[in-house]
Design a binder for this molecule. Sequence first.
Ligand code: UD1
Ligand code: CA
Length: 464
Amino acid sequence: MVAVAILAAGRGTRMKSALPKVLHSLGGRTLVERVLQSCFSISPTRCLVIVGYQSDQVKTAMQSVPELEFVEQTEQLGTGHAIQQLLPHLEGFTGDLLVLNGDVPLLKPDTLKQLVQTHQENQNAATILTAILPNPQGYGRVFCDSQNIIKQIVEDRDCTEAQKQNRRINAGVYCFRWPDLAQVLPLLQANNDQQEYYLTDIVNHLEPVMAVDVTDYEEILGINDRQQLATAYEILQRRVKSEWMAAGVTLIDPASITIDDTVQLQPDVIIEPQTHLRGNTVIQSGCRIGPGSLIENSQLDENVTVLYSVITDSIIHAGTQIGPYAHLRGHAEVGTGCRVGNFVELKNSKLGSKTNVAHLSYLGDATLGERVNIGAGTITANYDGVKKHPTRIGDRSKTGSGNVFVAPVTLGADVTVAAGSVVTEDVPDDCLVIARARQVVKPGWRLKSKGVGEQGGPETPSPS
Ligand code: UD1
Ligand code: CA
């Protein structure tokens, strides 16, 4: 039986931010969400999150996660003080408690599993994840005997010069036998540089406390400032990209590409340079994305190509070509085998299969049938200043260049619209619609200022 406690009450002063540190985003997810995600692998029986600084904001951000218990630490007097707040909540609990710092977002689930396993097999009072870092600056240093039994943990700021030479650090991940911990928690004292109650001082009261070194020290990076946030992003990106390449995705110039770890890709997807894939994006086999594209929360079926375009919250069906320079947003849905081309914006619009919008157009709140062709420079005037209105265009209809559809308006199937038309009324099936002023040509007409007669007409010499 393992319960989890996540320390998320601190302000994170070193971030220099109005936002609580644990709510800073790393590749599309907050730090604390990532910590939570890493511990689900051990199927905790309970999950307690210790909140304090702007606790309402932290709770709101996590409200979608089921069965979290929030514990308030109204004053942030240190990590030990934070864990002391659990005492009334875990009364009578006899299992182990896994404690995670809310700012250690890159832990691999297996690492936590192994920590708990080692803890239980050795019947330790506590087991602490440690690492040997090339640059241990800023972390608490862990001092062990030859059997990996921890004798002391000293925070960086409390270390003597000699102690600072120790490169073995505390990762901020602990497994405790809860009844033992509960007994000694009240013994902590704030005798240190920060006058805080350090959880790490607990090693002076429990026995045995074992250190377990993590093999890949990148996992345990703690985020205290923006520099470390950027480093964590780099590590995450390296991980995500090598996993996708191993799974059969081609990345051309990976360093210029970013992929959130929430994105799903199929084999034989090709990602070109300067492309960014974010959120809940799913891209199927045979797609070629980029160069220079941003895809967010969108679904791309097989063999879609996207060139220099931005697609958010949209669905593109198989074999469709997007771009260059298209912008799809607000739940656009494009059918199979379509072309959405140069400087076209689609918002909340649906295109049937084999429909083309090739040049310089805006379609908002529009529903187009199959095999529709939209002429260059077509606009749906969907907004009357108060409300949005729909435009419907039936199968096989062809609109002209420079059309405006003043919504709400519906065109049937097989309609042809003359170039330059402003369509304000519905059009039935099989019609030609011409909605523009007829051209007037006045022969022999010149401007008066150029010495032209009253009604135009031939130039008459003025009397001198
Ligand atoms: C802590 C450890 C250090 C370790 C490092 C690993 C202590 C005393 N030190 O240092 O040994 O090497 O993590 O990353 O534990 N928090 C609260 N309430 C508080 C104070 C902090 O909930 O009163 C939370 C913070 O929100 C944060 C976590 O505890 O998520 C760690 O606090 P932080 O101040 O970042 O500790 P470090 O100095 O990094
Ligand atoms: Ca920290």
